[in-house]
Design a protein around this ligand. Sequence first.
Ligand SMILES: C[S@@+](CC[C@H](N)C(=O)[O-])C[C@H]1O[C@@H](n2cnc3c(N)ncnc32)[C@H](O)[C@@H]1O
Length: 234
Amino acid sequence: MSQKTIDFDINPSITADEYEQTARLALPGYELMHTFVLACLRSCLPETANLLVVGAGGGMELVHLGQSNHQWQFLGIDPSKKMLAIAQKKIAQHQLSQRIQLVQGYIQDLQNDAIYDAATSILVMHFISNEDDKLAFLQEIARRLKTSAPLILVDVFGIKGSAELEKIMAILHTYWQETGLPVDKQKQLLENFKNAVYPLSETKLLALLQQAGFSSVTRFYTGLWVGGWMAFKA
Ligand SMILES: C[S@@+](CC[C@H](N)C(=O)[O-])C[C@H]1O[C@@H](n2cnc3c(N)ncnc32)[C@H](O)[C@@H]1O
């Protein structure tokens, strides 16, 4: 399994420093999506839980979830040193270092014991180009989850070149003008979408989740080109 993706240290879609600010302007409902993630997890996890955050770079979900749940413990994994450095800083600022461990690497670098009560993959899997590698990515997550544990998956979705996604992208373009996303960033994101983002249709995403051993899927969020699903390890 290669899970080759865009390298956020060498050739990021947005530089690590600008990531969060740009994400807020570029991704409709970015902050609200994180609040939905929190609500989804709260609805099914106990007060004490062990969470795996895949693609934790930047630290957004670690801090959001960590601040609201005082007994949850986290392991955040990400291949990008620069993104992890930002996460580390944010974690320290919010005094969450005691409950959050960060590891530089890929999911398959972690021991494969089923010790986690939940996992998140937020805006990560669409960077994996190959469908087999996406499946392997989900299977590697499943392997590390306890039975019935939830997975939160947030990804760009849709069929590239389809009339439906073209329409969504046209709306997104107008949305970016409304949010004031600088034109150079708009160009950069579109270029990146063209060359380094590999979305799947929702049908295909649900099939992959099922193949990887997840069931009971609920879509909890749609922000034009981005969708969020909660599934449970069968
Ligand atoms: C768009 S950022 C999302 C960060 C964070 N989850 C958020 O929502 O703010 C994508 C992150 O995924 C990481 N990444 C890319 N490919 C990955 C992979 N195969 N496994 C784990 N993380 C990966 C990148 O290094 C980057 O930090």
